[in-house]
Write a protein that binds this ligand. Structure first.
Ligand code: IPM
Ligand code: MN
Length: 359
């Protein structure tokens, strides 16, 4: 199979974690006779420094001409600490999501037996946790009208959703639930927000088309608690943009580290794959970041190409390293391995070059 992948290394630890994924994709390509070519593009603080824009036009053009996008991370503290900055790195990612209509962000959450002791949750609550968050990604408060009043005394962020915007992601979430444990939980704030009441109505109306899927509805404040006290109850979680951003970071604690979680963003054209973590500037360039969120995102990219055997092999490599204690600093600050060492091990695993009897 021949595929062109647009690679956006981005900011902070983005480059070093994404390089591990590329190393592994290259090994997979060699072994299974695929040809992956990479087109490197700029976005974020890196792009602002080099071009003045957080999303240069060439990046958009290259992404549109590619079969998938692999993205690292975005953000730089110099912007976080300057609320008046007009041009911000995150604008690049938001514009890319909007321009490519990447309306569904899919974030799987599961647990690894070997990491359970790291979770703040009790082991008995972790066994069998396996759910997937469908976060709406191109609407809601992220994309509403934003303004600060002329006197600077107040500010506004509008939150709007239309029925088609809700329907298109709800269909994907229902269809995924049908292939899993057939349960869908809509997370909203329908006791307060008008947009949430629209989400509830749309999901209720659609549910008759998916009679085999059990639907329940949960207010986001309760969901935030349920994710901690009883995460096993969830199968597919469907929610709007900002609630999804918040509860997916929260849910990452269940797995053991934010650094482990991948995501896929899909829509009407080319799909994008990125870890859910941020740019972690304190670790940038130190070869200490966890590459697994990116590597599992690359596995989702392989799935997206229909290369499920290859994707499963990458996932087995990840599990092998975690089981054998080859983990990064976020997971074990004392006995830890570097970003690139973990990438090498997972690559070697996919090439069958590792002894299987290491303890
Ligand atoms: C994420 C990130 C982004 C978001 C930021 C960097 C704009 O937190 O992908 O979850 O809020 O969507
Ligand atoms: Mn986030």
């Amino acid at each position: 199979m021949k595929k062109q992948i647009a690679v956006i290394l981005g900011d902070g630890i983005g480059p070093e974690v994404t390089q591990q994924s590329i190393k592994i994709l290259d090994a997979i390509a060699k072994q299974y006779n695929h040809e992956f070519t990479y087109e490197y593009c700029l976005m974020g603080a890196d792009a602002i420094d080099k071009t003045g824009s957080p999303l240069p036009d060439e990046t958009l053009t290259t992404c549109l001409a590619s079969d998938a996008i692999l993205f690292g991370a975005i953000g730089h503290p110099k912007y976080d600490n300057d609320p008046t900055a007009k041009v911000r790195p995150e604008q690049g990612l938001l514009k890319l999501r909007k321009s490519l209509q990447l309306f569904a962000n899919i974030r799987p959450v599961n647990t690894y037996t070997s990491l359970q002791h790291l979770s703040p949750l009790k082991a008995k609550n972790l066994e069998g946790v396996d759910f997937i968050i469908y976060r709406e990604l191109t609407g809601g408060i992220y994309f509403g009208k934003k303004e600060t009043s002329a006197d600077g005394q107040s500010a506004t962020d509008d939150c709007t959703y239309s029925i088609p915007e809700i329907e298109r992601i709800a269909h994907l979430a229902f269809q995924h639930a049908q292939k899993r444990r057939k349960k869908l939980t809509l997370v909203d704030k329908a006791n307060v927000l008008e947009t949430s009441r629209l989400w509830r109505k749309v999901v209720q109306d659609l549910s008759s088309q998916y009679a085999d899927v059990a639907v329940d509805y949960m207010f986001v404040d309760n969901a935030a608690m349920q994710i901690i006290v009883n995460p096993k109850q969830f199968d597919v979680v469907l929610t709007e943009n900002m609630f999804g951003d918040i509860i997916s970071d929260e849910a990452s604690v269940i797995s053991g580290s934010l650094g482990l979680l991948p995501s896929a963003s899909v829509g009407s054209s080319v799909a994008l794959f990125e870890p859910i973590h941020g740019s972690y500037p304190q670790a940038a360039g130190k070869d200490i970041a966890n590459p697994i969120g990116s590597i599992l995102s690359a596995a989702m990219l392989l799935d997206h190409f229909g290369l499920t055997v290859e994707a499963d092999l990458v996932r087995s490599g990840v599990e092998w390293t975690l089981q054998h204690g080859f983990v990064s600093k976020d997971i074990d600050p004392i006995n830890c391995y570097s970003t690139s060492a973990i990438g090498d091990l997972i690559r070697d695993f996919t090439e069958n070059k590792l002894p299987t009897d290491i303890n």
